[in-house]
Design a protein around this ligand. Structure first.
Ligand code: SF4
Length: 686
């Protein structure tokens, strides 16, 4: 929707829901938000916004907002003042270090937090605690993108600015539902199709864009790598690869050619369920386009072999010479959360410092040490799943969860809850008494994205400013202030007193961000990284001269297809895929507390009419869904959007227990959970 701007002067900020990064003008009266308008001059959204960014702000004044710190006493969470809460956190962290050393403490940071907050969290863990045990929620979504794109092309981000998609004449959209999950991007993609671009959609479900596709490939969940190899096989077999590009800028072609001999269309059809003729038609559309584009989502990454999926998908762009040239719109992940790119960019990762210097690299460590004035540990820390395992084993003695509802959104939620209960100190920064907060020892009330200052990085690597439109309620404070306050109680001044100072300091640790500052973002609205020089623009399109790999070349990946962690069987005959819906966002803690609940009031289990008949489930009936890991209760919605043998639901309603169903199978490279393949059975419960 587009809208005109009323007076008085609204606050310009960046949407805190999905990774598109829409610029929004927030209108207030009497200290309350009265309207959120899409900015006509927004660099990405150009006057548009979706139902989440535009209307889901009622949560700000929800009576359920946390306004005072809570401390667990005699098993109950009781309101206390900040001094008492901070003293308890500091005491607990010190006790954990005394008992088990610095590695007995861990922190989970978040895409919900600004860049500057993520920078401060990782600095706190490395400088105050002395551990690399810090991770962020990208572990659960796009960590395979970071690993796969880095291995193939050199940098852990999308390759092009989204503006260039306007020049694409063939869109290959894989494992993504942008019409619902990234509506502003979905609309722009649809616009391209209406202006003549070809569209290939690869997704097991009949997602919104599939209705407009020239070819819709519906692979069985977990068979992406075979699908992408099948497409690559056709590109090579039909002479659609860019031989000059391959000769001059690429390594790995002989190994890939040998592997692809095993993936002719008919064999791929047998593995994936995609008809061979459709596979060939899709490969020809992508292979013959003048400027083909690849955009993908979590349907590529959230698999046992998610990194292999990213790499084998990237192979297609490399084979076509459609990345690092003006002959294509590269390979671009549609990031789910607002700042999932930035949280990793800022070094809230157990193996990387800000700007992706490896903690194991002495040169990267010494750059950080020169700025921070303390030694940085060289051993990589724990990833999120390993933090929970360490807590269950008694090795992790304190966990600080910042803006994540891990008991609702992480897989095998029963095991996550057991891990939190086993950990002597759990601290939780939250807006509401979330599922995770209910297991915490200290709950700290914090500001939301409409109440704080900083910046986010969107899905095409653009830094944009976040500005407070209203004040947080009661005694709630920004995560930035809270981290500073805990450090101060522990006797450490973290420096960088303001978010602007933090971004400036980050630029001294990480050369790729050295050209960024709040002043510059205020002047220019959006600046992409890499941006090493304040006097030059950031790099919107990557790899024009060389790839960022050590040898400067793109690396084709010859990774064989391997099956997913779970397969349907007689006991659990259906495959559950989870994902997002239009009106809600992630655990739904914000979108369910406002008008969007009326748009989408309950979670449904989508299933095909054939399966509804087979399992005696009526449309609208209450159903019990069981996996090997747990049980959930949902309402059946029968329709053909979901293929036979599969069921689909969102994770926006934690009380339905969806993530009690999902398994702890995870990407073999990055530990990203396999949310997209869980074997389940369904029975009517009404
Ligand atoms: Fe834009 Fe995404 Fe926010 Fe919607 S949720 S307004 S598409 S950034």
């Amino acid at each position: 929707t587009s809208a005109s701007r009323p007076s008085p002067e609204p606050t310009r900020t960046t949407c805190g829901y999905c990774g598109v990064g829409c610029s929004l003008d927030v209108v207030t009266a009497g200290g309350k938000v009265t309207a959120v308008l899409p900015a006509r001059d927004g660099p990405v959204n150009q006057g548009h916004a979706c139902v989440k960014g535009r209307f889901a702000h009622g949560y700000l004044t929800s009576p359920e907002r946390l306004t005072r710190p809570l401390l667990r006493r005699d098993g109950r969470l009781e309101p206390v003042g900040w001094d008492e809460a901070l003293a308890q956190v500091a005491r607990g962290l010190r006790a954990a270090v005394d008992a088990g050393g610095p590695d007995a403490v861990a922190a989970i940071s978040s895409a919900r937090a600004t860049n500057e907050e993520n920078y401060l969290v990782q600095k706190f863990m490395r400088v105050v605690i002395g551990t690399n045990n810090v991770d962020n929620c990208s572990r659960l979504c796009h960590s395979p993108s970071a690993a796969g794109l880095t291995a193939s092309l050199g940098l852990p981000g999308g390759t092009d600015t989204f503006d260039d998609v306007e020049k694409a004449d063939c869109l290959l959209v894989v494992g993504a539902n942008p019409v619902e999950a990234h509506p502003v991007v979905g609309a722009r993609l649809l616009g391209r199709v209406l202006h003549g671009a070809k569209l290939v959609v690869a997704d097991p479900r009949a997602v919104g864009l599939a209705l407009h596709a020239d070819v819709h490939l519906r692979p069985r969940p977990g068979t992406n790598v075979a699908l992408f190899h099948g497409l690559a096989h056709v590109l090579l077999a039909e002479g659609l690869a860019d031989e000059e590009f391959l000769r001059e800028r690429v390594v790995g072609l002989p190994e890939l050619t040998e592997l692809l001999a095993d993936y002719p269309p008919q064999r791929v059809a047998d593995i994936t369920g995609v008809p061979a003729a459709d596979l060939v038609a899709a490969a020809r559309l992508y292979g013959r386009a003048r400027r083909p584009a690849i955009l993908y989502g979590l349907g590529v990454t959230e698999h046992l072999h998610g990194t292999d999926g990213v790499r084998s998908l990237t192979n297609l762009a490399i084979l076509r010479g459609a990345v690092g040239t003006d002959r294509g719109y590269g390979v671009n992940p549609l990031r789910g959360q607002n700042n999932v790119q930035g949280a990793s960019d800022m070094g809230a990762l157990p193996d990387f410092l800000p700007g992706y210097g490896r903690v194991s690299d002495p040169a990267a460590r010494s750059r950080a040490e020169a700025v921070w004035g303390v030694p940085v540990p060289g051993r990589p820390g724990l990833r999120i799943p390993a933090m929970f395992a360490a807590a269950r084993a008694g090795d992790l003695r304190a966990l600080w969860v910042i803006g994540e509802d891990v008991c609702a959104t992480d897989p095998d939620a029963n095991r996550v809850a057991r891990a939190l209960d086993a950990c002597p100190l759990v601290v939780c920064n939250e807006l509401f008494l979330s599922e995770t907060a209910r297991h915490a020892d200290v709950v700290l009330p914090v500001a939301s994205w409409l109440e704080k200052d900083g910046s986010f990085v969107n899905f095409d690597r653009r830094f944009q400013r976040v500005r407070p439109a209203v004040s947080p309620p009661g005694a709630a404070r920004s995560d930035f202030d809270v981290v500073h306050a805990v450090a101060a109680v522990m006797g450490v001044d973290l420096g960088c007193a303001t978010p602007a100072d933090a971004l400036a300091e980050c630029g001294r640790v990480a050369p790729v961000f050295a050209g960024l500052s709040h002043d510059r973002l205020d002047r220019e609205s959006a600046v992409p990284w890499p941006c090493p020089d304040p006097g030059r623009p950031g790099e919107a399109t990557l790899y024009a001269k060389r790839f960022a790999t050590p040898d400067g070349r793109a690396h084709l990946a010859a990774t064989p297809y391997l099956p997913p962690g779970e397969q349907p069987d007689d006991d659990y005959p259906l495959v559950l895929v989870t994902g997002r819906r239009w009106a809600h966002y992630n655990s739904g803690s914000m979108t369910r507390r406002g008008g969007n609940l009326e748009l989408d009031p309950v979670d449904f289990l989508d299933l095909h009419p054939d399966d509804a008949t087979r399992y005696d489930v009526r449309d609208g009936a209450h159903v019990t869904v069981e996996s090997r890991h747990g049980r959930a209760c949902l309402i059946a919605r029968v329709g053909e959007q979901t293929a036979t043998g599969q069921v689909f639901c969102s994770f926006h309603f934690p009380t339905s227990g969806v993530n009690r169903l999902t398994s702890d199978h995870a990407d073999t490279v990055t530990s990203c959970p396999e949310y997209k393949v869980t074997a389940v059975r369904v029975a009517s419960s009404s």
